[in-house]
Design a protein around this ligand. Structure first.
Ligand code: AQP
Length: 325
């Protein structure tokens, strides 16, 4: 199966990115033809500083490699290194109904929160569709927030196929039950834009553990007294703990919630310890990779070469179908 997904180079990846998407990339690379890209064109809608953008792209590659992406098994590349995608974007944009894009919740939510919405943000689902369709992708592993965009992609591909004959493969979204919507420190969806993230890596490596523990301790909780029984369902602290714990540990935590007689600080401490055990090895691997940037650049170059071969074939198919050739 051709599996494709992308991550935006807009800053440090957070637990939501990992448990919603990156963890799936790593698992799926074993049995599938994985195409994983760093979405720098998408990032342009938020990062308007060239040096920072370049840095974030390399950071994202380092993050993916440190977390287990293997360039010998999967194709890792930078979105803008495949210009065929931008051309396909225009072809799709030309047939994209405004109403379809206006209904997209990512755009609607950002706008509702008073964040600046430009045309790039508005048409983001179309560029994302071009990303997916350019590689005949069948499976797209994503967090729940992106499922609607995959539906948009299927809609646009279906419209094109209907007008011009079978051209595009219709993809399917793949979400995980545990991790589809990771809550942030304030309980709403963890998101860079909401400034409620828990990062996997910090700039200051020596202080990473301390810094992340501090952020975990700041997670908001309700004001129920220690002795009160608590409901684990819908509790974001419990949901964060579940990301790391085994079934038996989750069961024990749920029983503790129902019994009461504990402070949320205990749960936070358990989360801090579990996350350190989980991400610690990746942090060490990342530090090693930083000393070998040639390897990272070469992986991206080879990945783009392979991705372009596939995208050029699909673009030519689409151009021929709609009369551009
Ligand atoms: N909270 C989340 N829970 C589960 N999955 C999530 N993803 C993001 N947040 C969560 C998934 O991560 C993948 C990479 O997405 P991205 O690089 O586009 O990041 P994003 O969606 O832009 O992440 P943010 O932090 O939410 O950024 P902004 O602030 O720009 O919206 C995707 O598969 C996404 O589903």
């Amino acid at each position: 199966m051709r599996v494709l997904s992308g991550i935006q180079p807009t800053g440090r990846p957070h637990w939501g990115n990992f448990f919603g998407a990156i963890r799936q990339y790593i698992d799926l690379q074993e049995e599938n033809d994985g195409f994983y890209f760093i979405a720098d064109l998408h990032a342009l809608t938020t990062v308007r500083d060239p040096a920072r953008l370049r840095g974030y792209v390399i950071d994202a590659a380092l993050d993916l490699l440190a977390l287990g992406l293997d360039p010998a098994k999967a194709t890792m590349f930078v979105q803008s290194h495949v210009p065929e995608v931008s051309e396909l974007n225009w072809i799709l944009l030309s047939g994209a109904p405004m109403g379809l894009l206006e209904r997209c919740h990512a755009y609607k939510e950002k706008k509702a929160k008073g964040l600046v919405a430009d045309a790039g943000l508005f048409t983001y689902p179309v560029l994302m569709s071009a990303d997916i369709l350019a590689y005949d992708s069948q499976i797209v592993p994503v967090g729940e927030d992106q499922v609607q965009h995959i539906e948009v992609c299927r809609d646009l591909a279906g419209r094109f196929n209907h007008s011009f004959g079978e051209t595009f493969v219709l993809p399917k979204a793949k979400t995980l039950e545990n991790g589809a919507k990771v809550p942030g420190t304030d309980g709403q969806k963890m998101s860079k834009s909401y400034d409620n993230t828990l990062p996997l890596f910090c700039d200051d490596k020596l202080d990473t553990v301390k810094k992340i523990s501090k952020q975990i301790m700041r997670i908001t909780t309700d004001s129920r007294a220690m002795e009160d029984a608590k409901d684990p369902e819908g509790d974001h602290l419990y949901d964060l703990y579940r990301l790391f714990a085994s079934d038996a540990e989750v069961e024990a935590m749920a029983a503790m919630y129902r019994r009461g007689g504990f402070g949320y600080g205990e749960v936070k401490k358990a989360i801090a310890e579990a996350s350190e055990a989980y991400f610690g090895p990746a942090r060490e691997k990342r530090a090693d990779l930083e000393k070998n940037l040639d390897y990272v650049h070469e992986a991206l170059r080879a990945g783009a070469e392979r991705a372009r071969t596939v995208a050029a074939e699909v673009l030519s198919r689409a151009q021929t179908a709609c009369g551009l050739r």
